[in-house]
Design a protein around this ligand. Sequence first.
Ligand code: DAH
Length: 343
Amino acid sequence: MDEFSRLDEIQKTGLEALQAVADENALQSWRVGYLGRSSPIMTLFSQLPQVPKELRPAVGQRANQVKQALESAYALHSQAVKEASLNRALQSEQVDVTLPGRRFVPGRLHPETRTLREVYRLFGDMGFQVYRSPDVETDDYNFGLLNIPEYHPARDMWDTFYTTNPNVVLRTHTSPGQIRAMRDFAPEPIRVILPGMCYRYEQVTVRADIQFYQVEVLAVGRHITFGDLKGTLTEFAQRMYGADVRLRFRPSYFPFTEPSAELDVECFICGGVGCPVCKQSGWLEILGCGMIHPVVLQNGGYDPTEFSGFAAGMGTGRISMLRYHIDDIRNLWINDIRFLDQF
Ligand code: DAH
């Protein structure tokens, strides 16, 4: 076969092979095979010196034509292959921008959180700070130091969750925080409120749950009187329930206060006439309170001959129920989105 037919053959097989190339990998190996250093056309160039002198210019010219034909066919084809692969990617990685988005549900403040913040604000205006104390308490803090000795019948006032350690309980009220705050501040005067979750092993009803928030109020100083107690709590109740709400302090008993009282507000439901919510009394109890018992002051690190103080404890569940017209207290802690979504 002479050089010219060999060149025709090289061009023909090269162009045919190129037609079958469909992706970038095949393109790469085609280029190595038909235009690379040891490809037929390049081999032929290197053999040019052996071609008889008189034929050499014509063979050389033809070889250049073949090489250029292969190169421009390659350039064209590689363009086509790249476009095709881009189109394939655009197809398969397509994003459907018409798909409706997922709705973003913003969180809400829990009704109890809102009530607590209102309580913080009202007491904050009267100079009270928020003081935190633990949910899990020792028997001593929850009872003993609050003047409720072991086996004392007053313990029956709190149905308690005990743990496997007989000295560790879930606090049944926020009152143990009184001792912690006093031991922290003594001998300085104190004005704090202590909010927190409390736990009682009780029958769950529409009015009572096994967990609930309380806010404890604590003031200790040198000249604190029962008048301060009445003034502070009356001011709070009037700001919370309205300036013209009717209130009454009623004598009561708590081991950690002497004297002790409870504060009632006129029943909002019936306006004081009597209804099932207020058990026909016309009044709703909102908190327990009293002058801190000398034994408790002493346990907190204060000399009861020099210092006095008042304390109060209120559940906020009842307040939330009234503010937000919640008729079943169990809704507060079952975390049902359909309920929580309404606030
Ligand atoms: N700790 C009491 C309870 O949970 C409420 C209470 C009554 C708190 C009188 C007080 C208080 O600080 O002085 O039933």
